[in-house]
Design a protein around this ligand. Sequence first.
Ligand code: CA
Length: 755
Amino acid sequence: MARLIAFLALLCAFPVQVSAERYFVADQAEYAAAAKQAEAGDQIVLANGEWRNFEMVITGEGEAGKPITVTSEEAGKVILTGQSSLRIGGEYIVVSGLVFRDGYSPRGEVISFRRSKKDQAHNSRVTQTVIDSFSKPDRYESDYWVGVYGKNNRFDHNHLVGKTNKGVTFAVRLDSEESRENNHRIDHNYFGPRPVLGSNGGETLRVGTSHYAQFNSNTLVENNVFDRTDGEVEIISSKSGGNIFRGNLFLRSRGTLTLRHGDGNLVERNIFMGHGKDYTGGVRVINRDQIIRDNYMEGMRGTAFSSAIAVMNGVPNSPANRYVEVENAQISRNTVVDSARITLGLGADEERSAVPTKTTFSNNLLSGTDKGTFIQVDADISGVTLSGNRVLAGKLDSALSLIEVAPIELERGENGLLYPVDPELADVGAPRDLQPVTLDQVGVAWYAKPSDDGPFGTSGTVTQVVPGYDTLVTAIAAANAGDVLMLGAGEYIVERTIPLDKPLTIKGAVAEGAEVAVIKFARPSLLELREGADLQLLNLVVDGELAPDSVGNSMIRTTTFPIQSNMQIEFDGVSVRNLTVNKSFNVLTLGKSSLADRVSIRNSAFADISGAVVAAAAETEDYGQYNVEYLDIVESSFANIGGPIANIYRGGRDESTFGPYVNISGNALANVGKAATNGSGAAINLHGVQTAKLSRNALAESAPLRIVHTVGTPKTSVTDNSFAETPPPLLEELIFDGDPRVDMSGNTFDGAPIE
Ligand code: CA
């Protein structure tokens, strides 16, 4: 009986629990009415279905243990589409279970932890929410997907994938006093693939900005996965002090966690798995009092700004928003194995002349690859105390001649990571108890994480197409993403420009000794690439003899509308001929606001073409933007080509991107680039390309190569080529003060070797 009385007394003491409301809402008007009334402990439930053009707002006074909750009838079944967004003000508000897709935010953010400047969120949480490809259509129009303001907010177990426009995916903002020293917690999120942006502004996570760099953010970023977050050189840009980055997993992600501004940050127990992918890096250290300990890195291939560990030089007496010198950094017990580069004194130049001081680099387990220098020293490192490190393999800078390189035996622990077998080395390298966060511990269980299949042939459907008039047009219109169209011998006449908005393979079915498939197009273009397009051409002939004389003829061009998605374009075993009806008829033209992840031309032949083969030179504003990330032209032949076989332009001084990367190897060029309409005057024109390998090409009676370096440390090699009746390469440095930085070796000019 006493118990019952106590129980009744308890009920009376907490009457609110009884009166908490549950509002079930089916449209925006019902939602608005419920949101207006909601009080602490109330729950608003959105009905399953599509909520189109929904600029959702929630604010109010929840209480600790009695938040105002907004959720979905079923997780993942409330879809916000079109022009939608979410703004949260007030305090103790929890939002969960939403999906944003098939649209974009009309505002500066998709999810904002403030309703207005005066109503910022506190003690609030967004969880179990998906933002999938909710990108503004114009890739250079900027927004954030998530902006966090206020204090004590949590963003956890969310899934963010496929941001294609400019602007960081997730921003912690410090632009008001109430949003500093915020104790936000960002944990267990899945930051999925973010494609190469081809410009600054492709960071996945930024904490602070240079403007507020002197303030502490005190934000915890813990146990998240960053999977293929390739947007630009900074995966995470920490631009404030007092942050903790702990236990995150970086998978196949280009770039680094960069301590760009702000002091006293802690980076510990993170795992970086590069899987040998280009430009994969670890931590870049700038500023004072940074601790980088107990991290594990394997298979990293980045160098310079994407080194596994980079300690930068600073600017003397730098303001907080420039390059503050490294002082009192502690870099200890990290494991860096099978990795390309560690750099001490990175970025040293006339301006960045302040070397690291009072810094320790100790008890790290280090093992390089057999290519290049593993630990590079670019400045005086007398202010860095090295002790207790073990270097297993790799070439060291001469400044480190006292460090011994000696192999030791490693074994994989149960956590999948490498450790020394010798128990005496237990305190060298990352600790044994690291537990890599797994994909099923992050994001949401009910929304699939993207696979890494290529775009082609994924549907498994192969459709035969017979020769004739517009049979190819009909077949392409009917095809699904990932289909293969198989063309038999004969002529395929195409009388309209075919729009392509999906991945597609067009393949000639070549039996031994049989006739091949020949495509003839009777419009200025055969194909126009649109949003969603990827194109693979295999074993075909394309003949331009029916094309009319029209300005801007190009066998393949991009639409004039902006394209969000990065494209892949492949030619293998393709012969292209007779693009001569006017003076600059290109094979492939990538237009403004388009970016190809890869253009690959192999085993192909091009003859009698008045323009360029690959024109990727539309971004001419010198903002550091460009049209192609990787270009491969390999084992192919080019005869009587009026323009360059590759015309690549990346202008300006921005240092935020890795590309373009150009590999032109094993090709034969005869009479290339000599048309009066070829503005570059070159057979191959590379402007601002970051990595260029031109090797084993035979040029005859052609215009010269032209290579112009702009910003950064471009890597260019011109090796083992032969030049017959072709002028020597034109090499130019626009910013660097010195001889052109080009590895020229093994080339012959009219039969004579010249270095
Ligand atoms: Ca940046």
